[in-house]
Design a protein around this ligand. Structure first.
Ligand SMILES: [Fe+2]
Ligand SMILES: [Fe+2]
Length: 360
């Protein structure tokens, strides 16, 4: 990207912020029909039916099955989000707003980064709760309604445990990032039933599954590891549900309809990338967020952000979304620098393994 293009992109991303931070709720107009089906044949879609049976016996309890007595040091939740480790190299750049940081500011940055990131996961989990409630209503297949009903319960648990972790173990919380809110609004508000699946099960949950996996691998904090293990076993089923449902539906769509899905997927990918600059953290610390974001974008090191696409890209390939319309999305993902993940394992294949890991 050219210097001017980069600048313009940054302005566009950072000028969008949550201006309603004191609100206690947020309403979204939702489109689409609630659909009854009179075809009650259970198991007509065997993969969905198997996921439903598995989900019923994999329910855990957010109070009883998590050891909440574990004490947490909020400065050591995750090495990767340690302020100095993640951003220290940006302090070396001449003119960097971080160049005069002392130990106290690095520690503040660590705490705020952890509070921010876990808060965004919490809000994303609530997005999943609302989306799956909508899928129960809008999907035309009874096996999918049954499965989605179990996912509603899963997501309620995820909201519950993340909220409790933030409230009782961390030092503060953040309101939802404006880019995440707009994305969730579009996903829950779209009138086409499959767009809620694509936006939530493939894009948002695909990203969450990758993020939770890296966090679980890298964190030494035993309580968070426990929570992530439980949540990930559920999330793998959720993404597999999306892949399995959409594979059948997309096989019948026209080129024009597929192109609409590709554009929706690209828009979601671009938005999810835009919010990684944790702009609210810099605002809260009184740091020039545009200057920091510019340093981050100019940084050549592959970051945490790109790795979050390791699930999304192979799942898009499996759904035929990369190659429809003459490979339109393949070309866009290549421009974003994330196409090289296309041969990573897709979540259909992986869900069994994760389920075993979460049970132990
Ligand atoms: Fe979840
Ligand atoms: Fe989920």
């Amino acid at each position: 990207m050219t210097e001017a293009g980069l600048q313009e992109e940054l302005e566009r991303i950072l000028d969008v912020s949550n201006r309603d931070v004191d609100a206690v709720d947020h309403a979204v107009a939702r489109g689409g029909d609630a659909v009854f089906t009179w075809d009650y044949e259970k198991g007509a879609r065997p993969t969905l039916s198997r996921l439903y049976e598995k989900a019923k016996v994999s329910q855990w309890d957010g109070e009883r099955d998590i050891d909440w007595s574990i004490e947490v040091d909020p400065t050591a939740v995750l090495q990767a989000f340690d302020g100095r480790q993640a951003f220290g190299h940006l302090a070396e750049v001449p003119g960097s707003p971080l160049r005069n940081f002392g130990p106290a500011q690095w520690e503040e940055l660590t705490l705020e980064s952890v509070n921010w990131r876990l808060s965004q996961f919490l809000h994303g989990e609530q997005g999943a709760l609302l989306c799956t409630a909508k899928i129960v209503e809008s999907t035309p297949w009874v096996d999918a309604k049954y499965y989605a009903a179990t996912q509603v319960m899963d997501e309620a648990r995820h909201v519950e445990v993340f909220a409790k972790y933030i409230d009782t173990k961390l030092t503060g919380s953040y309101q939802i990032n404006a880019h995440l809110q707009m994305l969730l609004d579009d996903i829950v508000g779209d009138s086409r039933w499959d767009m809620t699946y694509l936006g939530m099960q493939i894009m948002v949950e695909g990203l969450a599954l990758a993020a939770f996996g890296f966090m679980r691998m890298m964190s030494d904090e035993p309580l968070l590891k426990q929570i992530l293990g439980k949540v990930m076993a559920d999330e793998a089923r959720h993404v597999a549900f999306g892949v399995s449902s959409l594979k059948e539906y997309y096989a019948e769509l026209s080129d024009v309809e597929m192109r609409e899905r590709q554009e929706f997927a690209l828009e979601a990918a671009v938005r999810m990338r835009g919010r990684f600059a944790q702009q609210e953290v810099w605002d809260r610390m009184g740091i020039d967020k545009k200057a920091v974001a510019k340093l981050m974008l100019a940084d050549d090191e592959p970051g945490f952000g790109d790795l979050l696409f390791t699930k999304i890209v192979p799942n898009c390939r499996k759904l035929g979304l990369l190659d429809a319309s003459g490979g339109w999305l393949r070309a866009r993902f290549e421009e974003l620098g994330i196409l090289h993940f296309e041969d990573w394992q897709d979540t259909d294949a992986e869900s069994g393994e994760l389920d075993d890991a979460g049970a132990s």
